[in-house]
Design a protein. Structure first.
Ligand SMILES: O=C(O)[C@H](O)[C@@H](O)[C@H](O)[C@H](O)COP(=O)(O)O
Length: 246
């Protein structure tokens, strides 16, 4: 039975620090029973700030990073190395400082001559997910899947009223994203919901209505974040402003 908790921290800076500490503890806990940990990262200011705080937290040195696999919940469909790619920002914030083997980092394929459109990228990522899935599954069982949330309650690149909300399969191409860039690739709900733990991390007063709508359980067509939950735990990590209690 999946549980849902809401944790509120006073401000965005402490939210990022506390989420980083919580993430490191979750990885260490998992590694006390299994060497392999699968984490799914998010883009966005809070998501990247959390990764930077992981790099700053001395506890990160206690993790056996050689056993950690890193994935992404969505990606801006841009060329490799583009500063707006979530992968690029994650590498700069954290990954370049960690001894994670290159083969354990699973970016969503970037735009290139061989990957000319989000459809190709999404299909390739679905294959990569399947290649690391336990028997009988199509995707890895992420230990923690991080999601930022927009003021419209989007998570990953699942936007209100967009067709990807009802996409079958495990990844989907996105065109016409209301948040630039317009072309993206996203995990679908099926993949998000395969995670043991889903953590939605949000900060700022501009997110308060979306938080309230999502926690109230409004339909995913208007509040996509309401459809993001894990098999064991769903954790909402907020600052006071996003929680509407500032
Ligand atoms: O590619 C992206 O933009 C992110 O994955 C997106 O889902 C982000 O997490 C939210 O838009 C929140 O972003 P902020 O934290 O910057 O508001």
């Amino acid at each position: 039975m999946s549980t849902r908790s809401v944790v509120v921290h006073p401000d965005a800076a402490l939210l990022a620090k506390a989420t980083a500490a919580r993430l490191l503890t979750a990885v260490l806990d998992r590694q006390s029973t299994a060497p392999r940990v699968d984490l799914c990262l998010t883009g966005g200011t809070v998501g990247i700030r959390t990764l930077a705080e992981v790099a700053q937290d001395p506890v990160h040195e206690a993790v056996d990073w050689t056993g950690v696999h890193l994935w992404w919940g969505d990606e801006r469909f841009l060329a490799d190395g583009d500063g707006d790619r979530n992968e690029t920002q994650a590498r700069a914030a954290l990954l370049r400082d960690l001894p994670v083997p290159a083969e354990n980092i699973h970016p969503i394929p970037a735009r290139s001559s061989s990957v000319p459109d989000p459809e190709t990228s999404a299909a390739l990522y679905a294959d990569e997910l399947a290649a690391h899935a336990p028997d009988g599954s199509s995707v890895p069982e992420f230990d923690v899947l991080l999601l930022g949330m927009g003021p419209d309650a989007h998570v990953a690149s699942l936007f209100p009223g967009h067709p990807e909300l009802s996409a079958s399969g495990f990844t989907a191409p996105v065109h016409g994203s209301p948040k630039p860039p317009s072309e993206r690739v996203t995990l679908t709900y099926a993949t998000i919901r395969s995670a043991r733990q889903v953590w939605v991390v949000a900060a700022g007063a501009e997110k308060a209505d979306a938080v309230a709508s999502s926690l109230r359980g409004d339909d995913v067509t208007v509040a996509p974040a309401s459809g993001a939950y894990g098999t064991e735990r769903t954790l909402w990590l907020l600052d006071a402003a996003a929680a509407g209690s500032a």
